[in-house]
Design a protein around this ligand. Sequence first.
Ligand code: SF4
Length: 248
Amino acid sequence: MNLAQRTELYRRLAAVNPNPRSDLEYSNDFELLVAVVLSAQATDVSVNKATAKLWPVANTPQAILDLGEARLRDAIKTIGLYQTKARNVIKLCEQLLALHGGVVPNDRAALEALPGVGSKTASVVLNVAFGVPTIAVDTHIFRVANRTGLAPEKTADKVAARLEKVTPKEYLLNAHHWLILHGRYLCKARTPECWRCSIVEFCKYKPKTPAAADEAARPLNGKPVVKRRKAAKKAAPRTAARNKAKAL
Ligand code: SF4
């Protein structure tokens, strides 16, 4: 994909969603950091459900420590890997207070030194909280980058490095959100919704999903179109016989 095509691809994603933001609910840098830690291998929906109750009770490192590991574990028990995550968040809060005055650091090395924070989490926090133009690659971005041909690579790290290289500078800050939202809501893993995709002309994925596939799958009056057609065929002889009887 050449520069002009990449630029147009991002221009279209931007036109669809001019102010993209994470699906995670947070209102400060600390909440963002903890929410991203909790979202590893879990859905944003499950994290939001738990944090909706947690934030009003504890949304600072000290408040989380006051809450204690057992109550934190209980508060996030609907999230996958909650036991490990609760342990990590407690240690993370201790380190934030001991080394950073309770403030989330604007520094990759310092972030990655926190328990439960890997390079992906650090990238998201740097990008969202501090406006650093970096791209964290999750399963959705990995899929979109490979399907479209924007950054076809075999590992998430390689996709991230390539995306940061090929994404036009003016789109780098929001590229993470545009690609993730595109993958989550449109370029879905099982059935990408190509028929309504704004970047279909640039995408190398074959075969593209046609609109008819969606129509067949979408229940109408409770029955998928395919079933309705079969039902109509079966009913046809009876209808014809009824019409004949009426005519007699
Ligand atoms: S055309 Fe289809 S496969 Fe390509 S990006 Fe759009 S939804 Fe994904």
